[in-house]
Design a protein around this ligand. Structure first.
Ligand SMILES: [Zn+2]
Length: 258
């Protein structure tokens, strides 16, 4: 009986430790998005239970998607009354999103002059392996923050590498903001963007976008380790009939404007 009890308690422990592991949910693939598949029938309502922290875009590429503290926000390519971010209604749809229930597994503070390249390399040097996924939250007062938002597209849709040429660049100064980032291993290319992909949101939720660069002198970094991946694929003929490839040159231009 005693032996049985130990086995039972052991099984509960194993079950709990697995159930607590963070899972990343993703809808569609980056290669599908980069090939102009900008519409789906998946609403935010169907996705919201997968997490409170994420990035992506909305149908017709209508702004940058930022899931911040469980709230779906849109960083637009235009601004009204010095406010460029709006909250998005739950029945709107997304052609590409990735999200997690964020849990800070490790955290540290950086006390030196920092930009985007240096941040990426400091995180890469800190984490135990480049072979798992990470969700990363960075909070700072940014001396400079450079973001972009893509304009809403009309049919027939251009490829993403063309669509980002319509982007609006936003330059902010002295802004309290949070960076919402994901790291994907190289072997995830075509499914997602290898390396880091960051969006930014000001803590007053007025400004944000897809992050291109920044400057700050102190930053608080929190990292969530991700060992589980759930991929949901679109169910439509455009996806079924597409050739899903995206070259490294295209990805670099889309993500970094390089
Ligand atoms: Zn982005």
């Amino acid at each position: 009986m005693k032996k049985f009890t130990y086995v039972f308690v052991g099984l509960i422990y194993v079950f709990l430790s697995f159930s607590q592991e963070t899972s990343l949910y993703q809808f569609s693939t980056f290669s599908a998005l980069s090939n102009g598949l900008y519409e789906s029938s998946i609403s935010l309502e169907k996705i919201k239970d997968f997490g409170d922290f994420g990035i992506g875009t909305y149908n017709s590429l209508d702004g940058e998607l930022i899931l911040y503290n469980g709230k779906f926000l849109r960083a637009k390519a235009d601004s009204i009354n010095h406010k460029q971010v709006e909250e998005v209604r739950i029945y709107e749809k997304t052609p590409f999103i990735e999200l997690v229930q964020f849990k800070s597994d490790t955290a540290f503070t950086i006390n030196k002059q920092l930009d985007l390249n240096l941040l990426d390399s400091i995180i890469s040097a800190f984490v135990p392996t480049k072979n798992i996924m990470y969700a990363v939250r960075v909070e700072a007062k940014f001396n400079k923050l450079k973001c972009r938002s893509v304009s809403k597209q009309v049919k027939p849709y251009k490829k993403l590498v063309e669509a980002v040429k319509d982007q609006k660049i936003w330059k902010f100064e002295s802004l309290n903001a949070v960076l919402i980032g994901f790291y994907m291993p190289d072997y995830m290319k075509d499914i997602n963007v290898p390396g880091y992909h960051w969006h930014a949101i000001s803590t007053d939720e007025r400004f944000g976008g897809h992050l291109l660069d920044f400057e700050c002198s102190e930053a608080k970094v929190e990292i969530c380790f991700v060992h589980n991946f759930k991929l949901q694929l679109p169910s439509n003929t455009d996806f079924n009939n597409s050739t899903l490839k995206c070259s490294k040159q295209e990805t670099d231009y889309i993500e970094k404007n390089k």
